[in-house]
Design a protein around this ligand. Structure first.
Ligand code: CA2
Length: 147
């Protein structure tokens, strides 16, 4: 059985509470439930985590070697954290970066992600659907690796 890890970074625990224009109306629990369902319907096990703390996220990434893949919304750390980028770079499994909003049509400081060069791919701008798309991308990547 494949096992996947879903990590959501800082402030994503606030989803659904305000700023719906950028992030949609779904709560983090809605997104996690949707992903748990997708994982189980594809015969995969999913661990879901959220943290507002950079070091905690780095610890999770460093200890993620027993998973087959990671779906990761790093939140604002995408634009600031060389340390998270370094942790992702060390990982041997596919990491798919997700952003709910289209970071490229927002403030200039959101246009650059330190992670995008070290992730398998980036999905932005499709709201909660982006996590679903990331799951399909991960399934495809894992199938490719087995071929
Ligand atoms: O679009 C995304 O998914 C982001 O990763 C969300 C981050 C933002 O810093 C990134 O640039 C793009 C922020 C998440 C903040 O979530 C909130 C949710 C509700 C209310 C306030 C903030």
């Amino acid at each position: 059985m494949k096992s996947w890890l879903l990590i959501n970074g800082p402030n994503l625990n606030m989803l659904g509470q305000r700023d719906e224009s950028h992030y949609g109306s779904e709560t983090l629990a809605d997104i996690e439930d949707m992903m748990l369902e997708i994982a189980s319907s594809h015969g995969a096990y999913l661990d879901v985590r959220q943290s507002n703390h950079e070091g905690e996220i780095i610890d999770w990434l460093q200890n993620a070697m027993h998973y087959d893949g990671i779906i990761f919304n790093p939140g604002g750390y995408a634009h600031t954290s060389v340390a998270i980028r370094d942790a992702v770079e060390m990982i041997q499994i596919p990491v798919i970066e997700v952003h709910l909003s289209n970071i490229h049509n927002r403030e200039t400081f959101r246009h650059h992600s330190y992670l995008s060069a070290v992730t398998s791919g980036q999905i932005v701008g499709f709201g909660a659907l982006g996590y679903k798309l990331a799951a399909y991308a991960l399934i495809d990547q894992l199938n490719e690796r087995e071929r």
